[in-house]
Design a protein around this ligand. Structure first.
Ligand SMILES: [Zn+2]
Length: 312
């Protein structure tokens, strides 16, 4: 099972297998998915690997093993999976789990519970699980899976071993393709070029966010030397709009829609801006974008952009 994922998540699989082979597993794992879509399956594969007395990692059927058979049939009481009930994971779900785990006869060496979308635990649920994590029973292992670690209580995070999943190349390609689907593209602009412009535009935003109006001093190298005609300007403005939209997404605890690979930058800028500032900036970019179509002087347009964004 676990071996199916080795190609996509080599480091994660190695860490998890070593933990078992060296008998140095943690009582609580926090799987930070980084957008990787099979993290839940890896959590289950790891649980299975732990519980199978043969520690079968490949996908062939594990023979003569009750545990693996029961897990495959979904009737194995030593693994419990908790999922959001509607919008949230509720305290009752976790209380139920804890009751069950205390009374269940042990069918194997470990008992494992997996919490999908752990960031969806409401405050009561989070406190309930925290107590469980604070007093770990020797043979109970927790796996919390989350797309957004920053929404979990620090006290929970600090009690877990964090397993951070790699973003695969596929997601990188899809990021650029996704952005290309949503912006104006000048003729003959190919994917590698778009990728370069994304770099330039995001760097410009980062600079503008930290230096404000002083960005004007370096505008030649930051912008005009590369974004030097009307077509490229329009494309770059549309890239900016999507970037600020993602900053706003983070602010509202929504997933990043476009710039998956820029999560760190986006979160940093989100921290520095209030929602109303971000909305204001989106309005400014949008209004100036409209002017690109007319015969405005592009140098002045960018100056205006910097001055207005710098005053928000
Ligand atoms: Zn087995």
């Amino acid at each position: 099972m676990l071996d199916e994922f080795v190609e996509e998540q080599k480091i994660v699989c190695t860490i998890l297998k070593n933990a078992v082979s060296k008998n140095k597993y943690s009582h609580a794992y926090l799987f930070e998915t980084n957008g990787y879509r099979n993290a839940n399956q890896i959590a289950l594969a790891f649980a299975k690997y732990l519980l199978c007395p043969n520690h079968y990692a490949n996908s062939s059927k594990c023979v003569n093993c009750t545990q693996c058979n029961l897990i495959d049939q979904n009737t194995f009481s030593e693994i419990q999976i908790i999922e959001p009930d509607g919008m949230w994971i509720k305290k009752e779900q976790l209380d139920q789990l804890q009751k069950e785990f205390i009374k269940t006869a042990v069918q194997s060496q470990f008992r494992v519970y997996i919490i999908h979308n752990a960031e969806k635990m409401n405050a009561h649920a989070a406190n309930s699980i925290l107590k469980f994590l604070e007093e770990p029973a020797p043979n109970i292992i927790a796996i919390l899976v989350t797309d957004n670690m920053y929404q979990l209580l620090d006290t929970i995070v600090s009690r877990c071993q964090i397993i951070s999943f790699a973003k695969n190349d596929e997601s990188n390609h899809s990021m650029i393709e996704k952005i290309m689907d949503f912006i104006y593209l000048p003729d003959a602009m190919d994917k590698p070029q778009v990728e370069e412009y994304i770099e330039i535009v995001t760097h410009f935003i980062e600079y503008l966010e930290s230096k404000g109006k002083d960005t004007l001093l370096n505008i030649q190298s930051l912008w005009h030397s590369v974004i030097n005609d009307r077509d490229k300007t329009l494309m770059s403005f549309e890239m900016m709009l999507l970037f600020y939209k993602d900053i706003l997404n983070v602010k509202f605890n929504r997933p990043i829609e476009f710039y998956d690979d820029y999560e760190k930058k986006i979160k940093e800028i989100a921290l520095k801006n209030k929602v109303q500032n971000l909305t204001q900036k989106l309005i400014i970019i949008n209004q100036l974008k409209e002017k690109i179509k007319y015969n405005v002087n592009l140098n002045l347009l960018i100056d205006e952009l910097i001055l207005e964004m710098g005053s928000v």
